[in-house]
Ligand binder design. Structure first.
Ligand SMILES: [Zn+2]
Length: 405
């Protein structure tokens, strides 16, 4: 789609192998100590910014004019009301359909080594969960509203469902930390394939192969598998954004996947953090909390900034919108956009009755000003074995990632 994007992808794949071979280089230690110093100096200023440390207090702060740079961090919980299950978690029922493929364990579907040997189970699951068959949720539109009102600095998502793009959030405002289905590439030659091309293969129950002469490599959507590098844009944006952040809003994630979860600790020690989720994260990143003083302090006596709102994401966003005086606006935006998507789907219903829903995003992309995106300089890795401390940006750095479950 965009050449910037394609370039980033190509550079990303180069970075992967280099990062993998350099995981123990001195630069990792160097960056860790730099991060430690950063974290310690930030920890000094704990001035209370919120008039009142509460959900209402956060709303007041947003309307005060002092809060110009909001960062949102989200996970699967913001897409569940769209009908997309948290399919990285076992027990959703999705994995049961894959018994016939003899997976060694459910997460193997998202392990790059397993995929290289046997991509079939992934594509079976991809068909079932194909992005584009779903509509963005009120929560997605709330985030878009933050942007429309000039308050959103950046949106960090762990989701690969592309619903942020469908909602109309500009590409340059989105960091897809775990990649996206939006583009795919050949694992052999790197050739980039579009969402619509990939969709055709997935729905034909084919394992997609490269069409370049003499290649024939398997085509993989650009989502980050365990064992693969995070997009370089992740580290690049994070290192610039979080020091500017006036308010961090965390939605629908239990904050267990690293390095994503550690982003919450990269804001300054005084920056208010609103966490909307059904369950409080156990704030068990104890190592992180001890080292960097960044643990959540929802229930602490000296809490000056952390607010937990126990709610479904949509419900929490509607409530916040109400407090901000945007309640009706959000409701009508959701209604209008859902109708628009329905109309587009009807209009593009193809002969065989399947939906050509990539047109939803394609139409959107024309409306959206193409962002330049950040230039690339670092690489982070998503792995499935052990959780590690987030060592902050250094060129060609590697990070280890886990989904705890
Ligand atoms: Zn190829």
């Amino acid at each position: 789609m965009s050449t910037d994007n394609d370039k980033a992808i190509e550079e990303g794949s180069e970075g992967e192998s280099e990062a993998a071979s350099n995981s123990q280089t001195p630069s990792t230690m160097e960056s860790l100590s730099r991060y430690l110093l950063d974290a310690l100096s930030l920890a000094e200023d704990t001035t209370q910014i919120l008039e009142e440390v509460s959900f209402e207090g956060v709303a007041k702060y947003i309307t005060s004019g002092k809060c110009q740079n909001i960062i949102t961090m989200v996970g699967a919980g913001i897409s569940t009301s769209a009908g997309i299950p948290d399919f990285r978690s076992p027990g959703t029922g999705l994995y049961d359909n894959l018994q016939q493929y003899n997976l060694p364990h459910p997460q193997a579907i998202f392990m790059i080594d397993f995929f290289k040997e046997n991509p079939k189970p992934f594509f079976v699951l991809a068909k079932e969960l194909y992005p584009g068959s779903f509509k963005p949720t009120p929560c997605h539109y709330f985030i878009k509203m933050l942007n429309d009102k000039g308050l959103l600095l950046r949106h960090y998502t762990q989701n690969i469902d592309t619903l942020e793009r469908v909602s109309g959030l500009p590409e340059d405002k989105i960091v897809e930390a775990h990649g996206t289905f939006h583009t795919s590439h050949c694992m052999e030659c790197g050739k980039v394939y579009s969402l619509s091309w990939m969709k055709e293969k997935i729905f034909a129950d084919e394992i997609p192969h490269c069409e370049e002469a003499d290649c024939g490599g398997v085509i993989k959507p650009d989502i980050v598998f365990f064992g693969e590098s995070l997009p370089q844009r992740f580290a690049e944006c994070a290192s610039l954004d979080f020091k500017k952040c006036d308010l961090l809003i965390i939605l629908g994630t239990s904050l267990v996947v690293q390095p994503f979860a550690s982003l919450a600790h990269r804001v300054s020690a005084s920056t208010p953090r609103l966490y909307i989720n059904l369950e409080k994260c156990d704030s068990s990143d104890m190592l992180m909390a001890m080292l960097f003083g960044g643990g959540f302090t929802f229930d602490a006596e000296n809490n000056t900034r952390d607010v937990f709102k126990k709610a479904m994401c949509d419900e929490g966003c509607y409530e916040l919108a109400q407090l901000l005086g945007w309640g009706d606006e959000l409701q009508s935006l959701v209604k209008k956009e859902h109708e628009r998507i329905d109309q587009l789907k009807t209009a593009s219903m193809s002969g065989d009755g399947s939906l050509s829903d990539s047109s939803v995003v394609a139409t959107r992309q024309r409306d959206v000003q193409q962002g330049t995106g950040a230039s690339v300089s670092t690489t982070e890795t998503h792995q499935g074995t052990e959780k590690s401390v987030d060592s902050n940006a250094s060129p060609r750095q590697t990070e280890t990632v886990i989904k705890e479950s």
